[in-house]
Ligand binder design. Structure first.
Ligand code: SF4
Length: 646
């Protein structure tokens, strides 16, 4: 029986390699350097064997194998600073997230001080197979609720092990489907993406058809999703993947190769493809997962801009997915195969994302959470609730035991709690921003402990001496749950958004006698890359803001589009006739608030006159409706169309 299992696994591995050995040269070269030690203890094999870290997809996340870490230590340290900090972080990650790392029995932090050492952030799930299974079971029970068409059963290579051609075809299609869905989901809600994805797959069901598609058709299919440069990048990447003699249309299976060879694929998308399609233990960490993990680890940091915090969460995700992948393998099967592959890494990654988008939302529903017992934020909130007499003191497993943090090793990743929860906080997690400079000077002026003490007026029941109340509740009261949720909402730290820049443009719709309109292609990089628009002029910030000045500027811009020499002379074209201003279209991008003022012009011309336009990026369109335009520019076109009907 064991022998046949090993043979089946080996056939599956061979088939998978037959599909991807040409494209995974980075993986393969590294795998060849590995030596599997059959004498290694079973526990190490079952979870995340350290030797496998050499091919860890998280190498670019600053996580290194113990071997590398040792060699780092041997290097002569010539300077402190960034490198010293980086190496320090690597050592911390190694200690926190290795399979053999310290098992965390540290109780939840006491508020408001939140004094803890770095070991506090070892994910409790890492030491709880039961917790990991619970999350997977929960995901299996809800994964079909939102009926996402790209969610399909994992392609088990053992099933088609005897038909490598068919297996390759299936993997190629699946990888393509997941890739497109992940890029679309980066900027748009699931409910919106479903229609886009379905239409896309109807039009180009396989990557080879996308590669052969017309660029404007691809932009048109993307219209409404925003970030149009992504559509162009996907199209170019599809061509590259199909033309590449090694890939031949099949996306690589390893994170490193995906990131290195496929333009526009970063470590998140690469992780999703590697785990969901190829079953590899690769982390996939989007914004939702960062939020879930910051709460699970009790890491009170900025997950958007603080690289140390982002790195630690990626390293945590990496260790967790490896543990989950290892859960499904016993020593016999692992010994027979080079790869630990199964559906578990993909299910796990999607489970974390699903939890973050449905339960562990900015205002979490902790009562419904399948992994609340391993959640540091929940534990802290529960401890606080129990000091207020809103929860039994023994509800949380770690509440009444554990050791005090080592004062030498206090966590430097978390923000001081004082900056997040101000006295009188009613649960709104808005942070009062403190610049690094100010924070540093305040730290000098007031020691951390002293600063935290300023909140004691709010947390009047929080000292250890007051933790036991006279009337001990037997269950978690609704107010206790609210206190937990309010506390969890503080994770991760909110960042005050920068003010959105405002800009005005003059949009010049120029119609010639035969009804065609001049359109202009935007640059291939930047905002709305490669899309068509009516000739437009960005109004400088200090420009005279009057109706007459804007009309004059629009006339000059439209004239220059017909004859660029007129620009320097500030002359209007004699054949250009101003029809009128049609209105203004406000349009909001993530970083820009745009107001487009739409002007209509006509030129009286004979049949072939003006056919050749001075700019290669301009042309006449007899069907503006079908051009690849951004949604905002399309609204401008609506104004022009309405004017034509009047
Ligand atoms: S217990 Fe609450 S805060 Fe913690 S992971 Fe679950 S939903 Fe998120």
């Amino acid at each position: 029986m064991r022998r046949s299992l090993r043979q089946a696994q080996q056939r599956a591995t061979d088939a998978s390699n037959a599909s991807s050995n040409e494209i995974d040269e980075i993986d393969e070269s590294k795998v060849l350097t590995l030596s599997h030690n059959p004498k290694a203890p079973r526990k190490r094999l079952a979870r995340a064997p350290e030797t496998r870290s050499d091919v860890s997809p998280s190498e670019d996340d600053d996580y290194q194998s113990p071997e590398r870490e040792t060699s780092n230590k041997k290097r002569k340290i010539t300077s402190r600073g960034k490198n010293g900090q980086k190496n320090g972080n690597l050592q911390i990650f190694q200690r926190l997230f290795s399979v053999d790392g310290v098992v965390s029995d540290i109780p939840p932090c006491q508020l408001p001080q939140r004094i803890h050492n770095i070991d506090y952030h070892r994910p409790l799930l890492l030491d709880s197979r039961e917790g990991r299974d619970k999350l997977l079971e929960w995901f299996d029970s809800v994964s079909s609720h939102r009926s996402m068409p790209w969610r399909k059963p994992w392609i088990d290579p053992r099933i088609d092990a005897d038909n490598p051609g068919l297996l390759r075809e299936k993997l190629e299609r699946r990888a393509y489907e997941v890739w497109i869905s992940e890029i679309m989901l980066q900027q748009t809600r699931v409910a919106v993406v479903i229609d886009y994805w379905n239409r896309w797959m109807e039009k180009w069901p396989i990557i080879h058809e996308l590669a052969a598609a017309d660029g404007d058709d691809v932009l048109a299919a993307w219209r409404g999703l925003g970030y149009y440069s992504r559509a162009t990048r996907i199209h170019n990447a599809a061509k590259l993947v199909c033309e590449d003699s090694a890939m031949k249309g099949l996306l690589p299976s390893s994170v490193d190769t995906l990131v290195a060879k496929v333009p526009g694929v970063g470590r998140y998308t690469a992780g999703a493809i590697s785990a969901i399609v190829f079953g590899k233990a690769a982390p996939m960490v989007d914004g939702n997962v960062l939020r879930v993990l910051s709460r699970q680890l009790g890491l009170l940091g900025d997950v958007k801009t603080d690289k140390s915090v982002i790195d630690i969460l990626w390293a945590a995700a990496d260790s967790l997915v490896k543990a989950v992948a290892g859960d499904s393998f016993d020593e016999e099967i692992y010994s027979a195969a080079e790869e630990q592959i199964s559906d578990r890494p993909g299910r796990w990654g999607q489970a974390l994302m699903e939890l973050g988008s449905t339960i562990c939302t900015p205002k979490p529903d902790c009562e419904a959470c399948p992994i609340s017992t391993s959640c540091r934020a929940y534990g802290e909130g529960l401890r606080f609730a129990s000091t207020r007499g809103l929860a039994p003191p023994d509800l949380h497993a770690g509440l009444n035991h554990g050791k005090s943090p080592d004062i030498e090793d206090l966590c430097s990743f978390c923000k001081p709690f004082e900056e997040v929860a101000q006295p009188g906080d009613d649960g709104d997690p808005e942070i009062i921003p403190v610049s690094k400079k100010n924070a540093a000077s305040r730290s000098k002026a007031r020691p951390r402990m002293q600063r935290q003490a300023t909140l004691s007026a709010f947390f009047t029941q929080s000292s250890e001496s007051k933790e036991t109340t006279n009337s001990i509740p037997t269950e978690l009261a609704p107010a206790g749950l609210s206190a937990i949720v309010d506390h969890a909402r503080k994770f991760p730290v909110k960042v005050v958004k920068k003010a959105v820049k405002e800009q005005e443009t003059l949009v010049c719709a120029i119609r010639r006698s035969d009804g065609r309109y001049m359109i202009h292609r935007r640059p291939q990089k930047g905002l709305l890359a490669g899309l068509w628009e009516f000739p437009s002029w960005i109004v400088p910030e200090d420009y005279e803001n009057t109706t007459i000045a804007y009309k004059r500027a629009a006339e000059l811009h439209a004239s220059a589009a017909l004859d660029p020499t007129l620009k320097s002379k500030s002359l209007t074209h004699p054949k250009l006739k101003y029809v009128g201003k049609l209105g203004s279209v406000p349009w909001l991008f993530s970083h820009l608030k745009l107001t487009m003022h739409v002007f209509l012009f006509e030129i009286k011309c004979s049949k072939n006159e003006f056919d050749a336009l001075p700019s290669p990026d301009d042309r006449w369109s007899d069907s503006v409706e079908s051009e690849s335009m951004g949604t905002g520019m399309r609204k401008c076109w609506d104004l022009v169309r309405e004017a034509n009907c009047d």
